[in-house]
Design a protein around this ligand. Structure first.
Ligand code: COA
Length: 325
């Protein structure tokens, strides 16, 4: 078996319940027109009470394994990208590993917020490139509905719940071609959720509420420039030109951010996957969900080159170029 790596299975899961912008009009002072114009979002899926990041991750992962016809016992490693686990520990990945019956697999969670899936895929690839492992499951799963302040119109309209998973396997031909990851902790206060280990001062400031906090304008500015920069870097590292890229699969935070980045890259809108209208921002799940839809709809075909690009809390960012095989 080679030391190259390729995606051989993919799966996704979103909760059944769909919440439209009109429904949010009843919760906060907002309008469908504002949300659609400023974000491109029409609706999002919201988890039922019994659903968690791990339950959704398990469903998406089962689909990915079935698609690749790989028995769970053959998995060497499960990496879960999530910042909304139902337990801080054990890892969501351990819950998934057990539920799948992946009894040989190691498991850990990776926290890079909305960049989590790209970070996790790049990490999985290194385990294969080193020759250590052959079969790695990477899943992004989030229930942001549980960390949002549903009285804050500036944030609650933006996010949704869901999960997406891929199986990465060792192969003879290159599949994944390059990755670029980055971090600027100087932007930590622009987008965060207070943790259980917060200082008493911070706890008092949060008044016992652990909600997502965001400076939307600053994050917007950062997102547009970093998405274009890091995509260019990943394409160059892969030895490609932007014109060789058939499909950009960006983190789905905001349609305006995606279109501005695509314009900066000189990519026509039809070469960019956008499904934020139906899911909102599902954080670490957004790129694998978009990847699933790209493959299912025929937007991503054998031999195509694609760039996955994410950004988010950290601040963090990452892009990965691949050839679909
Ligand atoms: N409905 C109606 N009005 C709203 C609103 C809502 N849901 N949310 C905010 N507004 C208001 C603001 O209060 C502001 O009013 P003001 O001018 O009276 O103060 C006005 O709309 C404009 O706010 P502004 O923040 O300038 O809007 P914007 O065009 O920057 O859009 C975001 C706001 C949040 C959509 C945009 O900044 C964004 O997408 N940022 C990035 C967020 C993101 O992607 N985060 C996750 C990264 S992984």
């Amino acid at each position: 078996m080679g030391r190259h790596a390729g995606i051989t299975g993919w799966g996704m899961y979103v909760p059944q319940r769909v919440v439209t912008n009109q429904e949010l009009e009843a919760l906060v002072h907002t309008t469908d027109a504002w949300i659609l114009a400023r974000t491109g979002i029409r609706e999002r899926h919201i988890a039922a009470d019994h659903e968690t990041a791990s339950s959704m991750a398990i469903a998406a992962s089962r689909e990915a394994l079935e698609r690749a016809s790989l028995a769970p016992e053959a998995l060497d490693l499960v990496i879960a990208a999530t910042v909304t686990p139902e337990r801080l520990f054990p890892a969501t990945a351990s819950v998934v590993q057990h539920a799948l019956g992946a009894n040989r697999a190691a498991a850990f969670d990776l926290n890079a917020a909305c960049s989590g899936f790209v970070y996790a895929l790049a990490t999985a690839w290194q385990f294969i490139a080193s020759g250590a492992y052959q079969n790695v499951l990477v899943v992004g799963s989030e229930v942001y509905s549980r960390i949002l302040d549903w009285e804050d119109r500036a944030t609650c309209v933006l996010f949704g719940d869901g999960a997406g998973a891929v199986l990465l396997q060792a192969q003879e031909r290159p599949g994944l071609l390059s990755f670029v990851l980055g971090s600027d902790g100087g932007g930590a206060d622009l987008l965060y959720v207070p943790g259980l280990g917060a200082s008493p001062v911070e706890r008092a400031r949060q008044d016992g509420r652990y909600h997502l906090q965001m400076n939307g304008r600053e994050v917007f500015r950062f997102a547009v420039s970093i998405m274009a920069d890091v995509s260019r870097q990943a394409v160059a590292e892969a030895g490609l030109e932007m014109e060789h890229v058939e499909l950009l699969i960006p983190h789905q935070a905001n349609r305006r951010i995606i279109l501005a980045a695509a314009k900066a890259l000189g990519l026509a809108p039809e070469r960019v996957l956008i499904n934020v209208d139906r899911y909102g921002n599902t954080s670490a799940a957004s790129i694998p969900i978009a990847l699933c839809e790209a493959v299912q709809s025929g937007c991503l075909k054998r031999g195509d080159h694609a760039v996955l690009v994410g950004f988010g809390g950290g601040l963090s960012w990452g892009a990965l170029a691949l050839e679909w095989s």
